[in-house]
Design a protein around this ligand. Structure first.
Ligand SMILES: [Zn+2]
Length: 236
């Protein structure tokens, strides 16, 4: 069961103190309402009645889906204590057989903000594999940079569902209020699942880990290196 601590947080606009519930974890299937809020991107937001604004709050929280078997740690700051806790948890996964058995077949992820948490929950709900979504993003980024983003820095790129079915990219640009949207070609995803299967399995860390752009870059670089080495061998 989640432990909810009450905390007073000042509205950034009017400075009024608002009482907020800080959840140490969200556990599915029990906390279905909280999950809905995560998916609507309002769970880590506070409403000020006076100003009628929503403002973000960031704190560490664990999202554990017992049925779909995944655990995501939202770690906004990643300070020394966070790092030590992650290391300790991963050690426990290695050494604690009871925990390993209880969580057989689990996926473990670390995310840094609520958008990332929302995206992972959405991807896993859809029965998709976030590792191939991340490698697919790298295929799209150069196109977005030269095309839709142009003079703006890309601050975030998220996988999402279109209203009329199918998937879309949500591209968050610096100094732009509205995100840009672009269709996702899932053939690329299917193609990657076939081509990168072995290397992705091999490069997926045990325990809690960030599966994000830098990880995906590593995967694609390793694949290119190996393909080049194989080609050279064949030529010799
Ligand atoms: Zn206010």
């Amino acid at each position: 069961m989640a432990e909810i601590k009450k905390q007073m947080i000042a509205c950034p606009k009017c400075k009024k103190n608002i009482e907020v519930g800080i959840w140490d974890k969200i556990e599915l299937p029990y906390d279905a309402d909280q999950k809905e809020k995560v998916l609507r991107n309002v769970f880590f937001k506070v409403h000020c009645d006076t100003c009628n604004i929503l403002f973000p709050i960031a704190y560490r929280c664990q999202y554990n889906d017992l049925e779909n078997k995944y655990l995501i740690w939202l770690v906004p700051r990643m300070d020394d204590r966070d790092k030590a806790d992650i290391e300790a948890y991963n050690q426990r996964l290695k050494n604690d057989n009871v925990l390993r058995l209880a969580q057989g077949g689990y996926r473990y992820r670390i995310v840094r903000n609520d958008n990332e948490l929302r995206e992972k929950v959405f991807i896993f709900d859809e029965g998709l594999d976030d590792r191939f979504i991340e490698t697919m993003k790298l295929m799209y980024v150069p196109m977005f940079k030269s095309n839709v983003a142009k003079d703006h820095r890309i601050m975030g790129l998220y996988f999402d569902k279109k209203k009329d079915g199918g998937y879309q990219w949500v591209i968050i640009l610096e100094k732009m209020m509205q995100p840009l949207l672009a269709d996702v070609n899932m053939e690329i995803y299917e193609d990657m699942k076939v081509k990168l299967k072995d290397i992705v399995e091999e490069m997926t860390p045990e325990g809690l880990a960030q599966i994000y752009a830098l990880w995906a870059k590593d995967v694609l670089n390793t694949q290119v290196e190996r393909a080049t080495a194989e080609k050279q061998e064949a030529e010799e």
